[in-house]
Design a protein around this ligand. Structure first.
Ligand code: SF4
Ligand code: SF4
Length: 397
């Protein structure tokens, strides 16, 4: 890397060239809004606005000599608030992390998740052969496309945590129940599905992201389906916004979009009251990154008996759970620096609404918020439920 701000292939030029609209970096006003809104900006030695100042002053090596860029959880808050519309999260922040990885300045837990992704196709280090084990015993049998070899209407890209994590598998099974109740003709890739790669990309591993995307693209091309749905907002973001740049283009919807379009069919199935005050957490990659705010709320409001209340940070201003863009694999590092978890802040906000249930729509969130509820004072009774689980609760007789 050349850190010379004026050189022919300076790091400044590389950041400008490597992201769509990257050249907007030149328009930075140095207003500091990005650093102010960043949830861990107060702990970064060089928060985003100062990183830009260092770039301009040809002193970026000062940023690369520190490790606090790893406090960035790729939450998109800086990008959303920037008055100059600079794509900070996928541009400067991801590109800087790439340099830190190349220099070996990378926390061990992140390194391990990246190595697992390379070796096993998922950050958890699980066997690809076990990717569809969650579906064992489900009736009717979940179609694995490589086995049934016939066209389906919907290909469900399940995602890493929904496939392997014991808590999140419960949500995967709940969504299976909802899809079956609606009579959706769906299938999954099972062992042929790899990590979507989006969090690895945002954590600075662009090459690994491309390898995973190409593997998924080859699997998509083997089977016939009309559209993809996914449980995971990170997979949604990758397949919708990043895969087309690699010539992998397929229509995709997050499951909340898919179900919101079927509310007329869904409502008659929701026969049981869920009498509870519920608050909804907007996931960063469904909300800020892709502006899907109304559909999850429309589904929740269709559940009889449920009262929806908002937290003080909602919609575009939602607080991050801390898991996105590699945050899932930086918990230990970030705890050492901050001695607080973003998920704990969010659980405290949920409690302040008087809600009994914190509703989520991203697979990173249930385990994170449930762990946080164990440590936040007074949160012991707060339930964390994915929207799919609340639907099943309303459907059960
Ligand atoms: S919010 Fe945008 S314009 Fe303001 S300092 Fe940050 S990058 Fe620059
Ligand atoms: S993406 Fe979020 S965590 Fe990263 S620098 Fe921006 S505001 Fe901070």
């Amino acid at each position: 890397m050349t850190t010379d701000g004026a050189g022919e292939h300076s790091f400044y030029d590389q950041v400008l060239e490597s992201t769509p609209n990257g050249e907007r970096l030149r328009l930075c006003l140095q207003c500091g809004d990005c650093s102010g809104i960043c949830p861990f900006g107060y702990l970064m030695i060089h928060p985003p606005s100062r990183m830009i100042a260092h770039l301009r002053a040809d002193r970026f090596e000062k940023v690369l000599d520190t490790d606090t860029v790893w406090m960035c959880v790729s939450c998109y808050a800086c990008t959303a608030v920037c008055p100059a519309q600079i794509p900070l999260t996928p541009g400067l922040m991801a590109r800087t992390k790439e340099e830190l990885i190349l220099a070996g300045n990378v926390p061990a837990e992140l390194q391990s998740a990246l190595e697992n992704s390379q070796r096993y196709g998922n950050p958890l280090g699980e066997s690809p052969r076990k990717r569809a084990d969650w579906a064992t015993g489900i009736v009717p049998e979940v179609k694995i496309l490589g086995k049934v070899r016939k066209k389906v209407d919907v290909m469900w890209f399940v995602g890493d945590y929904p496939s392997y994590h014991p808590r999140v598998q419960l949500i995967t099974k709940a969504l299976t129940k909802v899809l079956n109740a609606l009579g959706v003709d769906f299938g999954i890739l099972g062992p042929e599905e790899s990590s979507d790669g989006d969090s690895q990309r945002l954590a600075g591993e662009r090459g690994l992201f491309e390898m995973l995307a190409e593997k998924n693209g080859m699997a998509f091309n083997k089977y016939e389906f009309n559209e993809i749905i996914t449980t995971d907002p990170h997979a949604y973001n990758a397949i919708k916004n990043e895969y087309p740049g690699l010539d992998i283009s397929f229509p995709i919807r997050h499951y909340t979009e898919f179900l919101a379009d079927r509310l007329d069919q869904l409502k008659p199935l929701l026969k049981r009251d869920v009498k509870a005050k519920v608050t909804y957490h907007d996931p960063c990659y469904l909300g800020r990154a892709n502006e899907i705010y109304d559909q999850p709320r429309a589904i929740l409001q269709a559940i009889p008996g449920l009262e929806l209340v908002e937290m003080s940070h909602n919609h575009k201003n939602s607080l991050c759970c801390g898991g996105g863009g590699g945050g899932m694999w930086l918990d230990g590092f970030q705890w050492e620096k901050a001695h607080v978890r973003l998920s704990e802040w969010r659980v405290s906000e949920a409690l302040a609404t008087g809600a009994e249930i914190l509703a989520v729509a991203c697979p990173y969130e249930s385990p994170r918020f449930e762990d946080a509820a164990k440590t936040v004072q007074g949160a012991g009774q707060l339930k964390v439920r994915d929207i799919a689980e609340l639907l099943v609760e309303a459907m059960d007789n």
